[in-house]
Design a protein around this ligand. Structure first.
Ligand code: ADP
Ligand code: MG
Length: 349
């Protein structure tokens, strides 16, 4: 949106593929003893003392991100977050990533430097080793694929299928912000198209815009749960929206659940922005994705261990499968939840 037109532009062809990779990755540090060989050979070499967890995600320009309001540095950071979030969502620790990119000749070297600055910031902040990847050209746009590798003791891994009736449903942080941040950014993009001189004042939306542009994965939660001596019975990260994630847990665990509208953790900026956009905050909390909070279940006997923790909110409990997946409203009505989250094959989304 606020692109600096005077930035220096170096064509990628000037460096060649290997020069490019070396240039982009020269300042990355290795944090883990388990990384024996990182970038530079035909394969990376790692060792693992525990179980190994692996996850991959694509980010495609025009589908998952829009560079008119997503700065490339933020995109690099977010690409790492969405992947390591999946590792934390297994109650595991993330250690390595590979990053593969396809870029069209529309992108100069300086654009990739920005992207990698974001990847590096994420790696340094979260102690992740960049151990490899691939680089190629695309005819149009940018595609990024990140693979994250993590580890955990077998008995600590939390799958989606372990929730049991009477378990409590716990959510970290607050939700709905990332979706609303996107609504604000989309609105400003339209204003900018009409009047490019307009410099928007987005101060009052700072939290929700940050939730969209610079999400943070919940590395702290697997650690916190270990300290509290709580083993979650199931766990998932909130990437597609709370309803959709609850349905995943309930379907895979063959259970139902009740969650309570009044318990949903919402930031004040989420509530005020919903009012401004004439959106229902509960709908936004249920359907808005990309918050990267963690949703998990714990045995009810562990309630005292998590009670009062500012990071954790109990939003409901697991029931028998035949009771379905329900929201209990403030008016004490029970409403069946549907997955309205993001579906990349659904054109209407
Ligand atoms: P190969 O031809 O064997 O695939 P490459 O020239 O593609 O080798 O890669 C050389 C080294 O650089 C490898 O260690 C590879 O993992 C790493 N690498 C390639 N592209 C990237 C990238 N975009 N980000 C990080 N590392 C990369
Ligand atoms: Mg290669």
């Amino acid at each position: 949106m606020l692109e600096d037109k005077n930035k220096q532009k170096t064509s990628l062809a000037e460096l060649g593929e290997f020069g490019l990779i070396e240039h982009l990755t020269q300042y990355f540090k290795i944090h883990h003893e388990t990384t024996t060989k990182a970038i530079g050979d035909d394969c990376a070499v790692i060792s693992q003392n525990e179980k190994t967890l692996i996850t991959t995600d694509f980010l495609v320009e025009g589908v998952h991100f829009d560079l008119s309001y997503m700065p490339l540095k933020h995109l690099g950071y977010k690409a790492v977050m969405v992947n390591i979030s999946d590792v934390y969502a297994m109650n595991a620790s993330a250690e390595q990533i590979t990053v593969s990119i396809a870029v069209s000749n529309r992108f100069p070297l300086e654009a990739l430097e920005e992207l990698y600055a974001g990847i590096q910031l994420a790696c340094d902040t979260y102690k992740i080793d960049l151990i490899g990847g691939d680089t190629t050209s695309s005819t149009k746009g940018m595609i990024i694929s990140v693979t994250a590798i993590g580890s955990a003791k077998e008995e600590e891994i939390a799958y989606r299928n372990g929730a049991k009736p009477t378990d409590l449903i716990v959510l970290t942080g607050d939700i709905g912000g990332a979706y609303l941040g996107l609504q604000v950014l989309e609105r400003e993009k339209e204003v900018f198209k009409v009047n490019p001189q307009n410099q928007p004042d987005l101060q009052e939306y700072s939290y929700i815009i940050e939730r969209q542009l610079k999400p943070e994965a919940r590395k702290d939660i697997p650690k916190l749960l270990k300290e509290l001596e709580v083993q979650p019975t199931s766990m998932i990260d909130v990437s597609d929206g709370l309803s959709s994630e609850l349905i995943h847990i309930c379907t895979q665990s063959k259970v139902g659940c009740n969650i309570y509208e009044e318990k949903l953790p919402l930031d004040p900026q989420v509530i005020s922005t919903c009012e401004e956009f004439d959106l229902d905050a509960t709908t936004v909390a249920l359907s808005g994705g990309e918050d990267y909070e963690l949703l998990f279940t714990i045995p009810i006997k562990d309630f005292d261990k998590i009670k009062g923790n500012p990071n954790l909110t109990v939003i409901g409990h697991i029931t028998e499968e035949n009771e379905g997946v329900n929201l209990i409203t403030r008016g004490n009505q029970s409403i069946k939840l549907r997955a309205q989250g993001w579906n990349s094959f659904n054109q209407e989304n």
